[in-house]
Unconditional design. Structure first.
Length: 164
């Protein structure tokens, strides 16, 4: 029974979409995000390889002995709905991260993170080079301990990208 409900969703995700908005194919977005669980702001890049698909990378580091750490993540985006200044997408992120703040309590200081989210990137008319994102979904990470949780990121924490 569930299989019949999942098939239309999978078909929609794999079909190319016609983007009514400005095409961002080949444009590189550079910005900031705080999606990695080590709570260190990350530098982020995003590139649309087609009107339907994009990839992104983010990385961070902090050399502080108490709260420092590092992280690197890769993300794949699939746009499934578009409006003139708005994309709705599904995304998968995988990252490796480290945090020194768990060292004193005997927790893992290095772990992995995997997120499955849906979200939106929107562009303010007249400032189409600036993309603001928000997301919600599920997250698994092994930093300090195994955690499976819901996640949500506002446009301040999900990502802000300036497209060149």
């Amino acid at each position: 029974m569930y299989f019949k409900k999942i098939i239309p969703f999978l078909i929609i995700l794999t079909l190319p979409i016609q983007i009514m908005a400005r095409s961002y194919v080949g444009h590189l977005g550079a910005g900031v995000t705080t999606q990695l669980e080590n709570q260190i702001p990350s530098l982020s890049i995003k590139n649309y390889i087609s009107d339907s698909w994009a990839w992104g990378l983010n990385g961070n580091f902090n050399t502080d002995d108490k709260i420092g750490g590092w992280g690197i993540g890769a993300k794949v985006y699939k746009n499934f709905f578009a409006e003139p200044n708005l994309f709705f997408y599904a995304a998968f992120m995988f990252g490796i991260l480290n945090s020194k703040k768990y060292k004193d309590v005997g927790g893992n200081t290095t772990g992995i993170q995997a997120d499955l989210t849906i979200g939106s990137e929107f562009f303010i008319p007249g400032i189409e080079s600036l993309g603001l994102s928000f997301e919600t979904g599920l997250s698994i990470n092994t930093l300090n301990e195994f955690t499976f949780k819901t996640t949500g990121h506002s446009f301040v924490t999900a990502a802000i990208h300036f497209y060149l």
